[in-house]
Design a protein around this ligand. Structure first.
Ligand code: C2E
Ligand code: CA
Ligand code: CA
Ligand code: CA
Length: 276
């Protein structure tokens, strides 16, 4: 009916206003949380494919909102990018992650996610230097994860920054490989060390032989280019067994071994594997 329709539109508008206000409030709360160092970090370990050893742990930002509880990083990282405060988050995560890594056994590296914005200017080089020197962490223990979206803007400038970081001994990983426009040609031309195979690549590999072939082909090509393979989002023992059967990965990151955990659990977990 007509009145119902009007009511529908009015409530739609109310809802839009409500959402806009809510979004503005969330942004204000995020700004405050970032300013007060109110974010924390959970670390997800990457294991050798046989599960015998932790080689690296990825820093994943966490924000627990006082009223709304945990806000997913996909949500607040995008907000921070829109607000122009992502570099503050990256700096905080880098400083804290390097310091946390110093508390772990020496063979364990730490991996930090960079956003496309972080690679738009060379400031990132001094932030990385500061995080390393303040913590005393060796550059060989720092990994940086970039995505293809980092390369869209100014490929030449980004390439130069990556080459600089790499020349300092820092390891560069391409994240979420296999999503978006992922083209194998990036692998050849970028200063990279690691390819992180996105979990979408694992879909149906147990059931569908062609999916498995696609994964194996991609991995073989990356290896031929001298890159190390990390497979993300490995959830089941069946997936893990297949990856190992075909030696299709170097490292495994996923719920089959461990979710993201507090910093101090990395050392505990590592010790339990080493048998004391
Ligand atoms: P990502 O970098 O691809 O991180 C992997 C995400 O997959 C994490 O979600 C992790 O908890 C989740 N995951 C790990 N193992 C499994 C699994 O076996 N199955 C499934 N279904 N998921 C798994 P999280 O922590 O929610 O982070 C989401 C995204 O937010 C990250 O994706 C990354 O793009 C972004 N992000 C997180 N922290 C930061 C940060 O400090 N800086 C930037 N720029 N982005 C960040
Ligand atoms: Ca990542
Ligand atoms: Ca990823
Ligand atoms: Ca992702």
């Amino acid at each position: 009916s007509k009145s119902k329709q009007r009511g529908g539109i009015a409530s739609f508008e109310r809802e839009m206003d409500g959402r806009y206000i809510e979004q503005q409030k969330l942004k204000a709360d995020l700004r405050e949380a970032v300013g007060m160092q109110g974010l924390s970090i959970a670390y997800q370990p990457m294991f050798k494919a046989d599960g015998s050893r932790i080689e690296c742990a990825e820093a994943l930002a966490r924000w627990v909102h006082p009223e709304k509880g945990a806000i997913p990083p996909d949500v607040f990282i995008r907000l921070a990018e829109e607000m122009g405060i992502i570099s503050d988050i990256t700096r905080f995560i880098l400083m804290k992650a390097c310091a946390d890594c110093m508390t772990w056994p020496e063979h364990i590296a730490v991996s930090v996610n960079l956003s496309a914005r972080d690679l738009r200017d060379a400031d990132i080089l001094s932030v990385v230097s500061e995080a390393l020197s303040a913590s005393g962490l060796g550059p060989e223990r720092l990994h940086l994860e970039i995505t293809e979206s980092c390369l869209i803007d100014e490929p030449a400038a980004v390439r130069a920054i990556l080459a600089d970081l790499r020349a300092r001994g820092i390891t560069i990983a391409i994240d979420d490989f296999g999503t978006g426009f992922s083209s194998l040609s990036y692998l050849d031309t970028l200063p990279l060390d690691i390819v992180k195979i996105d979990r979408s690549f694992l879909r149906n590999i147990v059931e569908d032989d062609r999916r498995l072939k696609l994964l194996r082909g991609t991995v073989n090509l990356a290896r031929e280019l001298g890159l190390k393979i990390v497979t993300e989002g490995v959830e089941t023992t069946e997936q893990l067994a297949l990856l190992n059967k075909y030696r299709a990965t170097d490292l495994v990151q996923g719920y089959v071994f461990s979710p993201a955990v507090p910093a101090q659990n990395i050392a505990i977990l590592s010790q339990s594997l080493a048998g004391g």
